[in-house]
Ligand binder design. Structure first.
Ligand code: CTP
Length: 414
């Protein structure tokens, strides 16, 4: 229930604005009061009168109205709320939020608030996947803005893909999760009681105390997956190589350097239901790392570097037996024949699903914000549209939830 809670609903200008009316109704049914701020563009899609009738409160839109400023300044508007909800959050309003603009009442309130903010994006699929929007969403997420959706589906502009605003019921569930975590529906926490291990980032293989072998993995995708599984209620251990991204909230993080340490940390996590190997593990390590810095010798040829194979963590976790997780998921970082190589990799490693992604430099996947993946399972190959790494993570976590819904949970560590 949301009894006594107060939402400040910011309605921006998009075709999905009509869903804001239903959202108000649903929130009020749950005992939540709603006060609306309507942008100028929003007023082209819904009328202040409809919002006013449903919220039973006046609607605020004009920053320079003297009455508003004297009776209800923009600071007061956010002070009076427990949560600010932007629905629909258009590409334009997200860009203005990311840039810290305050050029109308909606963005001024958003800039002035110290309350949590939830945005429900709604826009054309190309606008949603545009690098500018992806960067804005990433910036806002880093600053603590929460997001719900968008969903996949047919859009008003006759296109198909992510961009449809979440349904009012889904937005209400997200609001409940933020304002009253105790009441989060069981459905939203489909992975409660499940144990997960996620590997993320690169590994570093020492050549000597100052040099190492590594790669360009940023850890963004693996960290996002760990966070998404935790949001669905899973007990997550994230085994991370050296990365610049922050530890995700609600996740146990084990920091490691080498592939050997990464494997040991995965095995130490005990019995798990799902393993996701998103780390870019170095395939080779120095056969005999030097204990002191290798020095140059005048006139001598450069030293030869003898390599040894690293353990394959994904293959190790996929080994059949009573301890094997019910679901083992790997990634296939490929620069050519992406799907064909992933099909082969899935067989070789013995895992259940492979998320194949093209990491050739032109795609900007390594270190970038977006990812284009293909889910390879025994059901075939599913092509996912290009989306933010957080969305890939959310979608994968939901798939894991649906899959594990029919599998018995693993026992706690033995
Ligand atoms: N992986 C792992 N341990 C390794 C190497 C890879 O756990 N020593 C995992 C990765 O986390 C990823 C999957 O295996 O989930 C595939 O990684 P990738 O680098 O694409 O494949 P490779 O094993 O390096 O195979 P190839 O050389 O054929 O590309």
């Amino acid at each position: 229930m949301l009894n006594g809670k107060r939402v400040l609903l910011i309605v921006a200008g998009g075709i999905a604005a009509f869903k804001a009316l239903e959202l108000i109704r649903r929130l009020r049914e749950r005992g939540c009061s709603v006060r609306c701020v309507l942008t100028e563009a929003g007023a082209r899609f819904v009328t202040p009168l409809s919002l006013q009738a449903l919220s039973e409160d006046r609607v605020y839109s004009d920053m320079f109205s003297l009455t508003d400023e004297s009776e209800m300044g923009h600071i007061q508007l956010s002070r009076d709320a427990d949560l600010l909800v932007v629905a629909p959050a258009t590409a334009n309003v997200l860009a203005r939020m990311a840039a810290g603009m305050a050029d109308d009442l909606a963005t001024t309130v958003l800039l002035a608030t110290d309350k949590p903010v939830l945005a429900a994006p709604a826009m054309n699929v190309r606008m949603w996947t545009h690098a500018a929007t992806v960067a804005n969403v990433e910036t806002l997420r880093r600053r603590g803005v929460h997001f719900i959706g968008p969903n996949d589906g047919a859009m008003a502009c006759n296109e198909h893909g992510p961009g449809r605003m979440s349904e009012p019921e889904e937005i209400v569930a997200a609001i409940e999760a933020l304002l009253d975590p105790g009441t989060v529906s069981e459905q939203a926490r489909v992975l409660a009681g499940r144990r997960a291990v996620v590997t993320s980032g690169p590994t570093r293989e020492a050549i000597d105390p100052v040099r190492y072998i590594s790669n360009h993995s940023s850890g963004k995708q693996g960290h996002a997956i760990a966070a998404a599984l935790a949001r669905l209620g899973a007990d997550v251990t994230l085994v991370s190589g050296p990365v610049a991204v922050a530890d995700p909230p609600g996740v146990r993080v084990v920091h490691v350097e080498s592939a050997d340490q990464m494997l040991a940390a995965c095995l130490a996590a005990g019995r798990i239901d799902v393993a996701v190997c998103a780390a870019a593990v170095a395939d080779w390590k120095a056969a005999t790392p030097a204990n002191s810095k290798i020095k140059k010798k005048a006139g001598a040829a450069p030293p030869a570097l003898a390599l040894a194979a690293n353990p394959d963590i994904l293959a190790a976790l996929s080994t059949p037996g009573p301890k094997r997780p019910a679901l083992v998921i790997g990634f296939a970082a490929e620069t050519e024949n992406v799907v064909a190589n992933a099909l082969d990799k899935r067989k070789r490693k013995g895992c259940d699903w492979i998320l194949a992604n093209d990491v050739s430099p032109a795609t900007g996947t390594f270190g970038g914000e977006r990812n284009t993946v293909h889910l390879v399972s025994d059901a075939g190959v599913e092509d996912w549209p290009t989306m933010a790494k957080e969305e890939v993570a959310q979608r994968l976590a939901e798939r894991v939830g649906r899959h594990l819904g029919v599998v018995r949970p693993a026992q706690a560590a033995e």
